[in-house]
Every structure is written in C-alpha cells, then in structure tokens.
Design a protein around this ligand. Structure first.
Ligand SMILES: [Ca+2]
Length: 507
C-alpha cells in the first residue's frame, strides 16, 4: 500500500515537472449559459450527459463552485476580469466594465499579451457587450434566433412586422466608445417578441443556434491547428438558457411521464419577499400564464425542456472535444467547462436565476489539465469561486499570476484535491424595492448560507437569511430569527463583512 502511494506521488511529481517543461498549452474555454450542476457526473442519475461526464472523469470536477452574481453579464465579467462585482461595478446586463474600470486586463487579453492567439465563438461576454481588447480577431456570433419550427419562425416574423408597423419595433441601441470601439452601453427600445418557452423541432443539431456555434468552433480548431501560436479559444453556448429549444431527439431522452418536479416549490419559511424572484424572465414567453404562476403541466414541460437543452449542449461539447482529439491537440490543451450560474427549476418557488440561493449561485466547473492528469476523476469538496478561473488558467499555463486578481489559483488544489481551502464563497445580488435600493450579500461556508440585504443608501441591514445546510440543504427555512443561531449569525456577519481576502487558505 505504502509502495503504491509512494509510486503514485512520484508519478504525480513527474507529471507536474514534465508539464512545466512542455510547450505552452492551449486553452479551450467552454462556457454554457444558465447551466446548473445537474449532470450525470454531479450525481444526477436521470441526466444524459456522457460528454461532460467524460471531462469530469479525465480532469477535476469542483463540486462546490459558486458564481459571484447569478446573472449573465455580472458573472461573466467577474470571471473574465478575475474581479468581484464590487470592483467591476457590473451588477446588470446593460453596461461594459470598461465604462467603470479602465486599467483592467481580462483573462483572454492576458493570454494575448503573452503570445497567445485568442478567439471568441458564440456567447462568451454577455450579448452585445463584447470586449475587443480580449481577442486577436473579431468575435463570431451565430444568428440570434433560437427556434427551428417553421410555424414559430412565421409567428415571430408576423409579430415583429406588426410591432414595426405600430412603431414599437424592438431594438438594442449600442453606444460605442469612439476611440476603442468598446460597446459601453446597451439600451433596449420597443417591445421584444418572445416565442414559446420550449421547442422540439425535428432538425439536425447544426440547424439550431448552438449547433452553428459548435460547427464554427470545429472549423476554428482546424484553422488553429495550422498556426504557430498557442491558442485560447473561448466557446459559448446559449442553451440551456430560455427558450429551451433543442432537436426533438433530446426531448425523447426524457419522456414527459418520467419528469419529477422539485418538492420544495414554495418560498423558504420566514424569507424576506424580495429574496424570491418567481418567474424572472420566464413570464415573457407566450405560453406562460403570468408572473407568479406555473401550472404543474407547464412545470413538467419546462423541466423536460431544460434537461433536453442540457443533453443537446452535452452532445455539441462531445463533437468539439472529438475534433480536438482528432486534430491531435487534446494532449496539450487545458479544457475548462463552466456555467455562468445556476437556475431554479421551481425550487424555492422560483423559475429563474437572479437570486442568492444555492440553486442560483452554484455552477458546474470542470478543468481537464493537459496530458494524462494523474488524479483524473478527482472531485474536491473545496469551496471555490468562478473568480478563481482567471488565476488558475494563467497558473496552469505557466504564466505569472497578476497581483491584482481577486480570485485564487486552484493549481495547488488540482495537484492535491484534499487540501484545506477557502472558508467561504461570496456572491451578491441587487434588488430595487420601491424607493429602496438593496444589495444582498451572501456567503456559503462549509455548513451555512448566510445573506444580508443592505440598504445601499445608508449601509443598514434590511433583513438577514440563514440556512443550515447540515439539516436543510434545500434552503427551505430561514433561521435568521431563531434564538439558537444568534451567535453563529454574529460570526457569519463578521466573516461576510471581512470579505474574500480573509476567506483565503493560510498556505
Ligand atoms: Ca446566464
């Protein structure tokens, strides 16, 4: 046994020493919109996700990875700049971080400045808020439509023409910086036409939006194979973001009768009302009854649509990795798979993201280091954050980690998954309540989730939430007013206000 362990650690050492001497590794960075960690590899046995499961088997899967804010642009901005939302000042989807912080060097930009060819395919930064400084060439986006059925496409066209005739046509006005070409602000005008919340056209994978993204990414890999520079290729998929539109064969994996709904489809006991968001953006889709209602049948359809969309993306990721392998590039490419945040499928009475709950803040996050990673299949329980991705990739590529990043390189954890790590993960979400502007700050520790909703005008705590994960992993009961927890609340409050710096491991 000891001999075996000794040999294993020796092999481990060889692996990391040899790797340091290799040519610079490529990076394939895959980001999936609104993907919650409901994958086979995360223990969700009803899911068909063989390709993402394979990545977990070959690399390291972080069981407890948290985004810094559970909505697209704030989360993506945070992970791509390596800074928390309080620093980027991006709390919504309508302005660019360069409008707030000017001297930032993003993750892909850092690779670019260190001899890499960097390219973006699909939704990497939030739609219309791309960052030209990050990329060696112009970013590529697929056509926007997500649907595939002729009747849906005809309905959308008809409605758009009607709104145009009424002068209410939907437009996104983008304000560019005249010197740099950075899209600083996006303003939405008119009424946006929405189709159904899900759709199952009988089409080939490449007909729908994400299939086009995969096709373009495969062609790009073929081109990158023939150029001299190492590459950082970012590929962003739009599913399983609403509408859940994927080819019918992925719906067939999940018969309607097999769908089980979340049991905790009610607000947590004693929760402040504004912590909940009910239907988020869902109510805008034509088949949804209203802001606060989802029938049992519709709930099952939505869950089924989300599962199908997840399996569709899984298949596309499989195509991408197969091409990487076929081209002989896989050996020397670091693969990252990450979602930008989670999504409530009815849990806590919410059908959306945009909350501070476990379900919205937790993301899948898998890293496959180059070569044959000796600890393949490791699934550390450590608390990690998506803001850690930037320093991790830079570190794994053998580059110097910039000092101003607010995340922590996970390289040591990848080399030794049982290391003790951060004592808390931090997320936040703003809410406007009548004339009040609140910011909900939350921490996830080993045992608890603790949230403070603060009035931004005077910094006073408006309300608190506490969930004890050792007895309530679904976050169904807010214990903030429970007398037995007051000492813990005081400690967690201190930890929350001391921030991420104090949560770092001591080694
Ligand atoms: Ca998203």
């Amino acid at each position: 046994m000891f001999k075996f362990l000794y040999l294993a650690s020796l092999l481990n050492l060889f692996y990391f020493v040899l790797k340091a001497q290799n040519s610079p590794p490529n990076v394939l960075f895959i980001i999936v919109d609104d993907l919650r960690p409901q994958l086979g590899c995360y223990g969700a046995s009803q899911m068909h996700t063989p390709n993402m499961d394979r990545l977990a088997k070959e690399g390291v899967m972080f069981r407890r990875a948290y985004c810094q804010q559970a909505v697209c642009s704030p989360s993506r901005t945070s992970l791509l700049t390596g800074k928390c939302p309080e620093t980027t000042q991006i709390f919504g989807n309508d302005d660019h971080f360069r409008a707030h912080i000017d001297k930032v060097v993003t993750l892909p930009q850092y690779f670019k400045e260190h001899g890499y060819f960097t390219q973006s395919i699909g939704k990497v930064y939030h739609t219309n808020l791309d960052d030209p400084f990050s990329w060696s060439v112009k970013s590529w986006m697929p056509p926007p439509s997500r649907y595939g059925k002729p009747e849906t496409l005809a309905y959308l066209k008809r409605e758009e023409e009607r709104l145009k005739a009424e002068g209410k046509e939907f437009k996104e006005i983008i304000e560019y910086d005249s010197l740099t070409g950075v899209p600083m602000r996006v303003k939405q005008m008119g009424e946006e036409v929405k189709g159904p919340s899900w759709e199952d056209p009988e089409v080939a994978d490449t007909v729908l939006r994400d299939g086009k993204t995969m096709k373009k990414a495969v062609e790009t890999l073929q081109n990158l194979k023939n150029q001299k520079l190492p590459f950082f290729l970012a590929v962003g998929f739009s599913n399983p973001h609403l509408p859940f539109a994927s080819p019918k064969k992925y719906f067939d994996l999940y018969p309607y009768e097999s769908i089980r709904l979340a049991q905790n489809n009610y607000p947590p006991k004693d929760v402040p009302n504004y912590a909940i968001l009910n239907n988020g953006d869902l109510y805008k889709y034509v088949d949804i009854e209203g802001k606060y209602k989802v029938s049992t049948q519709k709930a099952k359809e939505l869950v089924r649509g989300y599962y199908a969309a997840t399996s569709y993306i899984d298949a596309l990721i499989g195509n991408l990795i197969a091409e990487l392998e076929r081209l002989g590039l896989k050996e020397n490419t670091i693969i990252v798979l990450v979602g930008d945040h989670g999504w409530h499928l009815g849990e806590n009475s919410v059908w959306s993201k945009q909350t501070n709950f476990e379900i919205a803040t937790r993301s899948p996050f898998i890293v496959v280091p180059t070569g044959n990673y000796p600890l393949a299949g490791a699934k550390p329980d450590a608390l990690v954050e998506l803001v850690d991705i930037y320093p991790t990739l830079v570190d794994l590529a053998g580059l110097k980690v910039p000092a101003d990043l607010e995340g922590l390189s996970l390289k040591k954890l990848i080399e030794n998954p049982s290391l003790s790590w951060k004592i808390a993960a931090f997320s936040q979400y703003p809410r406007k309540i009548k004339d009040k502007k609140l910011m909900g700050y939350t921490i996830r520790t080993e045992k608890y989730r603790y949230t403070e909703w603060k009035d931004q005008a005077n910094g006073k705590i408006d309300s608190q939430e506490l969930y004890d994960h050792s007895i309530d992993p679904e976050e169904n009961t807010n214990l903030a007013k429970n007398v037995d927890y007051q000492i813990i609340i005081k400690e967690l409050g201190k930890q929350l206000s001391e921030g991420w710096k104090k949560a770092m491991p001591k080694h």
